[in-house]
Design a binder for this molecule. Structure first.
Ligand code: ADP
Length: 400
């Protein structure tokens, strides 16, 4: 990237996981994706990198020892299959960072101090922040343009005190930064903005409940473009039933399973994060499979019902917290693609002014759309999320 960057040029968005690195080269103004890719099995004996540009995908298999090596692979893939990163006029690299702690409420330009601060937050996100820092270090060493961190927690740093505070000894909470942080914030913020556009209403005065239903799942209550509640907490384990996570559960499960099943804290933690949710109940976490099995398999039916029950529980609670509900919005893999989940979540709520239109709910589409009837008091929308575009826009705004 030796050429002088052009403002308005593309942003390279990087999402570093512990063993994978996803990237997109995005034009912030119109959302055009010039290239995207995934580097998998970082640190394992055999790695794999897939790069897509100009409608064609290219995959190579080779060991990728660490995030520095992954960035080298990324650079080589662009050099070989295009577009040429040195000629693309990249204005910034935007990094998705899961945990911004209590203080990072907006995107920031990354310098050494910010990098250290993100690293220092690792106890709050031991799986995610160290991976983000590894990706940031490697990318900063390679690309001499501004690097911007965009935090998953940022949208929720302004939660009201009564929403973000756990009822535990105050001194302990302060000492260890224990509070409800919330996650998926980039998606909730983006979808809130898009919903206002679709409804042709200003964010001010608009009360939304937003369901982000992917493998991970969370719901937020938004008013005036600000979140006042969200279902995830200190970690992304709290709240809704998810693909493999339990969501809300009595914390006494830890001592109970220690005594009843000789399970350590680590055993129970792994079970709640990776072997629970709809997978724990039914054996599958892909909603396409779950829905196929529901008519014959009582376990799949129960998993679906428990999942839906939790959605309705939160919808009711958040509608009351907001005091008035203008719209319910569905996003992410399940929210965007499952008419069955949306219909079940909002069934028999006409007394509360919510009327889904089955003909609008059924079709599949990549476009934002209204799926309630014209006379529904509460509008129901499907709004596809786009976290990469949101990160690209926030990065561009900061450096522009
Ligand atoms: P994440 O980003 O959290 O990994 P996604 O937002 O990509 O997850 O969502 C993944 C989920 O979306 C999976 O459970 C998958 O089954 C579900 N999904 C994708 N397509 C469909 C579909 N057509 N019908 C129902 N669920 C779907």
């Amino acid at each position: 990237m030796s050429r002088q960057p052009l403002v308005g040029g593309p942003v390279l968005v990087i999402n570093s996981g512990s063993s994978s690195l996803k990237y997109q080269l995005v034009v912030p103004v119109d959302g055009e994706v010039l290239a995207s890719g995934l580097i998998e099995r970082i640190g394992e004996v055999s790695g794999r990198a897939t790069h897509t540009s100009s409608g064609r995908s290219h995959t190579i298999e080779s060991a990728v020892v660490d995030h520095g090596a992954a960035l080298r692979v990324l650079h080589d893939q662009f050099a070989e299959h295009g577009p040429d990163l040195d000629q693309a006029g990249v204005v910034a690299v935007g990094h998705r960072v899961v945990h911004g702690g209590p203080d990072f409420s907006t995107p920031v330009i990354i310098d050494d101090a910010v990098e250290s601060e993100i690293d220092a937050l690792s106890p709050l996100a031991p799986l995610h922040n160290p991976a983000a820092v590894a990706g940031i270090r490697a990318a900063r060493a390679r690309f001499g343009v501004p690097h911007v961190a965009v935090f998953d927690t940022a949208f929720f740093t302004g939660l009201p005190s009564e929403a973000k505070t756990y009822a535990i000894p105050a001194e302990l909470a302060v000492r260890h930064k224990i509070r409800r942080y919330g996650f998926h914030g980039t998606s909730h913020a983006y979808v809130a903005g898009r919903a206002a556009e679709v409804l042709e209403r200003p964010a001010v005065g608009l009360n939304l409940v937003i369901f982000h239903l992917g493998n991970g799942a969370s719901v937020s209550a938004v008013t005036d473009g600000r979140a006042i509640e969200t279902s995830m907490g200190l970690t992304p384990l709290q709240g809704l039933v998810m693909g493999t996570r339990s969501g809300d559960i009595d914390p006494s499960i830890y001592p109970f399973l220690r005594d009843a099943a000789a399970m350590s804290i680590a055993d129970t933690d792994t079970m709640l994060n990776h072997r629970s949710g709809v997978k724990g109940l039914s054996g599958v976490n892909d909603f396409r499979l779950l829905e196929d099995r529901m008519t014959e398999d009582p376990a799949a039916r129960l998993a679906f019902d428990v999942y839906i029950h939790r959605l309705r529980h939160y919808l009711g609670a958040y509608a009351f917290l907001l005091g008035r509900l203008d719209a319910v919005v569905f996003t992410a893999g399940v929210g965007e693609n499952s008419p069955m989940v949306r219909a079940a979540a909002l069934a028999e709520l006409t007394e509360f002014g919510i009327r889904l239109d089955p003909d609008r709910n059924a079709p599949r589409s990549k476009d934002p759309r209204i799926i309630s009837t014209d006379d529904s008091g509460v509008t129901v929308l499907v709004v596809p999320t786009n976290e990469e575009l949101s990160i690209a826009r926030q990065a561009q705004q900061l450096v522009g």
